[in-house]
Design a protein around this ligand. Structure first.
Ligand SMILES: Cc1ncc(COP(=O)(O)O)c(C=O)c1O
Length: 452
């Protein structure tokens, strides 16, 4: 643990007559959890919501790392940064352009502020079921449809590592004077590997997902003068705790120190590991690793379409037989998340496990999945959530207005959202996801909430 905040925490000697109630007493609490550095905003330790001291020092280093004009350190994950960014740029009832594969935090911000979204659905790879990148052309079309939208928000990279051409998209947004928010939750490590972060006006990124940082630590970066920094600071106060954890903030401090001192070297070593892995994976006969130009190579996406194993079964097999817990599984793929903290042995274990599984697989011809259609909307999510609802069997819901979000988590992209008309395709997708044993989040297994 190192950095200015970390040093101050290590050297704390005053008796704590303040929160938290454990008083850093490791004799009583034990030293398994970091009680000894868990404090509140005591003298000399700055204030996350008005940072000017040791916390601002971390924010300045984050801004340097991401090439931002200003960075806000977040302790409530990218979730709070995304919601704060949307609410800062939009007023109640405004229009917004959003990628359909956005995270649920975007859907929740849209619901909270009664926004009317114009959805941009990235093309689906119908073999694997993976959303590909959002194109500048799609954004241009969406802006033609909603020229008075107050913001554009896209996810790049996605859960599966698909990267959009943010430079091109930012130019389109700039031309129409609409600010661009990039949900870069999965791309905190990008400056280390690819030299640049997403451009646009705001990016929100989860340090905890791909960098050595404790869970919940994220940051919001501002890149342009179009964004009112004060307004972002205000909206962050709506979504972020007033008691930010110093343990979490110290982990951001420590993470930045590590990256400043040895980030390049660690990234280089990991790149070599990945190169070795991707080369070895070329000899797989049935499984294949997604490896295209515009995808993040540190996100290993193991595709199993056209084989007699599902993504979920592959996930279970890696877990039960090879001792490898992956990040997520979908119907036709599983995702292994790697980082600079991986070991050569870890990647080698995955390489050997995949070779062993691949040996026993057989070819099966899979049918292409259906493209995702733009939803037919009868009410905004805000209006729909205020309506009376009732549960009906899935097969009786077609053509009715939906009263809930139904999504497989992760990645948490809804098949149908409140206020949208339920289609036969949506019902079929829900049934398929359940059959594939995905973690489908909804009110009831074989029923769905509709508006009365
Ligand atoms: C694309 C995307 N955006 C945002 C988030 C939210 O990030 P956090 O967990 O840091 O709040 C997630 C979480 O999985 C995500 O997948």
């Amino acid at each position: 643990m190192s950095g200015k905040l970390c040093d101050k925490l290590k050297n704390l000697s005053l008796y704590p007559m303040h929160m938290p109630g454990h008083k850093r007493n490791t004799d009583i609490c034990g030293d398994f959890l970091p009680y000894d550095i868990d404090i509140t905003e005591i003298t000399g330790f700055d204030d996350l919501h008005r940072a000017s001291g040791v916390i601002d020092d971390i924010q300045r280093r984050l801004a340097a790392f991401y090439g931002a004009k200003k960075s806000f350190l977040l302790v409530n994950g990218s979730t709070c940064g995304i919601m704060a960014a949307v609410v800062a740029l939009c007023s109640f009832g405004d229009k917004i352009i959003a990628a359909r594969n956005c995270h649920r935090s975007v859907y929740k911000a849209i619901e909270l502020y009664n926004l009317s979204p114009t959805w941009v659905t990235p093309p689906l790879d119908t073999q694997t079921g993976i959303f590909t990148s959002v194109t500048a052309e799609c954004i241009e079309k969406a802006i033609e449809h909603a020229p008075d939208a107050k913001a554009v928000i896209i996810t790049t990279p996605t859960y599966e590592g698909a990267v959009s051409d943010t430079e091109k998209i930012a130019k389109v947004c700039e031309k129409h004077n609409i600010p661009l928010i990039c949900d870069e939750a999965h791309g905190a490590h990008f400056p280390l590997f690819y030299g640049a972060s997403a451009v646009g006006d705001i990016s929100v990124t989860s340090l905890h997902k791909t960098l050595p940082c404790l869970t919940q630590v994220a940051c919001l970066n501002i890149f342009s003068d179009k964004v009112n920094t004060e307004r972002i600071a205000e909206t962050l106060q709506m979504f972020e705790t007033s008691s930010p954890s110093y343990v979490l903030m110290a982990s951001a401090d420590s993470c930045m120190t590590l990256l400043e001192n040895s980030g390049k070297e660690l990234a280089q070593r990991h790149t070599q590991r990945l190169e070795h892995f991707y080369k070895a994976a070329e000899s797989l006969k049935h499984l294949h690793i997604k490896n295209s130009e515009n995808c993040d190579k540190s996100r290993i996406v193991i595709c199993c379409e056209n084989t007699d194993i599902s993504g979920r079964d592959l996930f279970e097999c890696l877990r039960e037989r090879h001792g490898i817990e992956c990040e997520m599984a979908s119907m036709r793929y599983a995702v292994a998340l790697t980082s600079i903290c991986d070991s050569d042995e870890g990647l080698l274990r995955l390489e050997n496990a995949l070779a062993a599984i691949d040996k026993d697989l057989h070819k099966v011809q899979c049918t292409p999945l259906s493209e995702i259609c733009a939803p037919n909307v009868c009410k905004t999510a805000y209006q729909a959530q205020k309506c009376e609802k009732m549960l009906v069997p899935l097969n009786e819901s077609i053509g009715k207005a939906c009263g809930e979000y139904v999504w497989a988590y992760p990645p948490g992209v809804p098949v149908v959202a409140p206020g949208e008309v339920i289609t036969a395709g949506a019902v079929q997708s829900i049934l398929e996801m359940r059959r594939a044993k995905l973690n489908v989040i909804s009110h009831a297994e074989e029923k769905i909430l509709i508006l009365k």
